[in-house]
Ligand binder design. Structure first.
Ligand SMILES: O=C(O)CCC(=O)C(=O)O
Length: 284
């Protein structure tokens, strides 16, 4: 399979993303699902569920734990099954190599969980608007582990928005993290429309880090689990001021087989970015 195809390259240039179906088999995706569900459903010693707390009405029951988790940051580098199948597996790296080169580092890794009925929205953002390190060269992927559908909160993209500059991200009263100005998003949707990224387990979408994207709450009875990562190169890591710790995936075209993954520390000091401005301050 020759991926990316000329059509996929073209779509990446034009719309800022492309989809590759069946990057992993359904069986491999189900194995990853098992690892994630096992993690979120297992009670741990530090958990302090309180049945009298109105914010935590189900305490530490498995159902409560499953409903609470939204994102497992850095979990994929702790699970050999996820690491070797996905982030550091041949099928994804073969694609990333065309965009990043033969020396591939992993900048971020996450599991994104939208539990049935309770999974919340991810606000409209550009990834590099959240990173705030000026990086437009890293390469993002998001792989469905459960089916991702309109009903359970699949990703939404504004096609072509990757050609826009990196915008200042702001906080509203109800923001869960920095986000694009809401009137700006509305205007962009009116201009460019909206694409819903529906995927089956093992299908993967790749996008440019300037691309405007969002996912709505999950009001359906079905869970929506995905894994995601951001690939970068040693040159970009050296230039970036904010993030200095990466994991090595490919060196000189060879897949790295170490577990735990080898760490790459880019030279220089990591400079923190400070809080996001409030939306009112940017309007003023
Ligand atoms: O999984 C989601 O709903 C959000 C994912 C996302 O925004 C990202 O990977 O940048």
């Amino acid at each position: 399979m020759n991926v990316p195809t000329p059509e996929q390259f073209d779509q990446y240039q034009r719309e800022g993303y492309f989809i590759q179906r069946g990057v992993l088999t359904r069986d491999a995706a189900m194995e990853i699902r098992g690892v994630i569900r096992n993690h979120i459903l297992s009670p741990d010693n530090e958990a302090t569920g309180d049945q009298y707390d109105p914010m935590d009405p189900m305490g530490d029951a498995p159902e409560a734990r499953a409903a609470r988790f939204r994102k497992l940051g850095n979990f994929c580098v702790q699970s050999p099954i996820i690491w070797h199948h996905a982030h550091c597996g041949e099928p994804l790296l073969r694609i990333a190599r065309h965009f990043v080169g033969d020396d591939i580092l992993l900048k971020f890794n996450s599991c994104f969980l939208k539990p049935a009925k309770t999974g919340s929205a991810t606000p409209w953002h550009q990834d590099n608007g959240l990173w705030r390190d000026g990086d437009s060269e890293s390469f993002n992927f998001w792989m469905a582990i459960d089916p991702a559908t309109r009903a359970n909160g699949c990703l939404q993209f504004i096609p072509g928005s990757h050609r826009e500059p990196i915008e200042t991200h702001v906080l509203y009263e109800d923001s869960i993290h920095g986000e694009l100005l809401r009137p700006r998003v509305k205007e962009m949707i009116e201009r460019h429309g909206l694409h819903h990224i529906e995927l089956e387990p093992g299908d993967t979408v790749f996008w440019h880090s300037n691309l405007y994207h969002y996912s709505p709450p999950n009001t359906s009875p079905d869970s929506r689990i995905a894994i995601a990562g951001v690939y970068s190169s040693p040159e970009v890591a050296t230039r970036g001021e904010r993030f200095k710790q990466y994991h090595r995936c490919m060196t000189g075209g060879g897949v790295c087989t170490a577990f735990p993954p080898a760490v790459h520390t880019a030279p220089g000091e990591a400079v923190p970015a400070g809080p996001y401005p409030k939306a009112e301050a940017v309007y003023a």
